[in-house]
Design a protein around this ligand. Structure first.
Ligand code: ATR
Length: 259
């Protein structure tokens, strides 16, 4: 039986095992997908010692850290400097990125066309480079980024040709994407106000439904998107990379995340 897993910290609430095991079962593949809590110091050792594991998903906060231990990077992993999928094969540790695909595909589902659109990114954490590349692929040329700690936004702006806006300032945008960790915990609040902003797209990378960011945006008359489809699509792509089969995303699969 081939082993797969997701590493992160925290990892307890990851839905990846449930999803991948469901697909393994549906596709009659002899494999099992588990989760593993790691500390930063243990990541390298863990990757090098795992000969029985064929594939690893990487989640917060190790998506950049694992770059140091990969023996090869795909073009997407290299351009985003972010790895969420690892293929282990014959002493090789190959880092790939399926977050870009996940983000892009979730917007394609909505027939989003980036031509002449302005995107406003909140946050400067590990997922932002994938979001930026996804937006570029969808034709968005004008991307503004804002982060509480401004120098992190400035570093990303330099790398990916973005414009920096002060934290708390609301610019004119077509789509706003919350890439901060605010909303993960109950009663979390970004503390931003969007008076008179309507008919825009509010996207939250967090996959639990209806963060306060989305609830408030919906009340104002905006279209809201949570991170569920991005999560499903990145997982679908990882599965396809490892097993050569594109697993189905249907109502039953979507419901797995809601139980
Ligand atoms: P990752 O592991 O994905 O890189 P991270 O670096 O912890 O995650 O990023 C979390 C993001 O949420 C950051 O942009 C962080 O802002 P800072 O760079 O200023 O820390 C943002 N964030 C977390 N708590 C926040 C808060 N209370 N208000 C505003 N932004 C916050």
């Amino acid at each position: 039986m081939k082993k797969y897993l997701v590493i992160g910290n925290p990892i307890e609430h990851s839905l990846s095992p449930k999803l991948h095991n469901y697909w393994l079962n549906k596709n009659k593949i002899d494999g099992h997908y588990d989760k593993k809590l790691l500390t930063e110091e243990k990541v390298g050792e863990f990757l090098k010692l795992n000969q029985k594991v064929y594939g690893i998903n990487v989640t917060v906060p190790f998506k950049k850290n694992v770059l140091n231990y990969c023996t090869e990077l795909t073009e997407l992993a290299s351009s985003s400097q972010s790895v969420n999928t690892i293929i282990l094969s014959n002493d090789k540790i190959i880092g790939d990125n399926t977050d870009i695909y996940g983000f892009e595909q979730s917007l394609k589902d909505l027939n989003f066309n980036g031509f002449n659109k302005t995107a406003y990114i909140l946050g400067a954490g590990g997922v932002v480079s994938s979001v930026v590349i996804g937006l570029n692929n969808l034709g968005v040329k004008n991307i503004v980024i804002s982060n509480r700690t401004k120098n992190k936004a400035e570093a990303l702006a330099k790398e990916y040709n973005l414009v920096v806006s002060d934290w708390g300032k609301i610019i004119d945008f077509d789509i706003i994407i919350n890439c901060t960790s605010i909303g993960l915990k109950k009663d979390d609040s970004l503390g931003l106000d969007f008076p008179n902003v309507k008919d825009k797209i509010f996207y939250d990378i967090i996959y639990k439904p209806k963060t306060e960011f989305l609830v408030d945006a919906e009340k104002l008359g905006n279209k809201i998107v949570d991170g569920k489809m991005m999560f499903l699509y990145q997982a679908q792509k990882s599965f396809e990379i490892w097993h050569g089969i594109k697993p189905e995303i249907n109502k039953e699969v979507i419901n797995l995340l809601n139980d």
